[in-house]
Design a protein around this ligand. Sequence first.
Ligand SMILES: Cc1cc2nc3c(=O)[nH]c(=O)nc-3n(C[C@H](O)[C@H](O)[C@H](O)COP(=O)(O)O)c2cc1C
Length: 172
Amino acid sequence: MNIYDLIAKRRSIRKYEDRRIEDDKLERVLDAARLAPSGKNVQAWKFIVVRDQKLKEQLVPACKGQKFMAQADAAIAVAVNEEEVYQGHGNYMTSFAVDGAIALDHLTLAATYEGLGTCWIGAFDEEQVREILEVPRPYRIVALTPLGYPAHEGRDRGRKSLEEVVIYDKWN
Ligand SMILES: Cc1cc2nc3c(=O)[nH]c(=O)nc-3n(C[C@H](O)[C@H](O)[C@H](O)COP(=O)(O)O)c2cc1C
């Protein structure tokens, strides 16, 4: 599969098979996240892989009742150290969310390549997830995803056309 087919193939998966991910597959997917770029190459991230069923079930209410968090073989939380990351992003913010998002995107694409499903989870309560997974400050939880064998293909949600989203040179 080439990179363009892979990008087009990825879908949010919200139903998972009761099937364990092979260790080598899991490691390759995590390695794709590890290889992501980050501001000043600080790599101030941790990828928390939750496979304990009880912990995954605790994550469901912390993720606004999204039950598939406990259905997939693993739930992954991306935590980034807010104090360690590049502090001058755009001259107005730190890069913790950007760094974490790139890493998670690498992970979702690698998972697709491996035949695994993911779903970006932004609907979660950071403090609840922090407590359940014992994530210390100043780590911020950027997002989570379930990771497992998909039980459906996912729906094509469509995208805006290139004309709608691309600007060449100046805005006007
Ligand atoms: C930052 C972000 C947060 C998201 N949060 C959730 C979420 O909490 N639950 C969910 O089911 N999908 C969530 N999604 C998935 C989007 O709804 C989905 O990516 C979008 O509808 C496009 O569909 P696709 O991923 O299948 O292409 C999130 C996506 C992003 C990028």
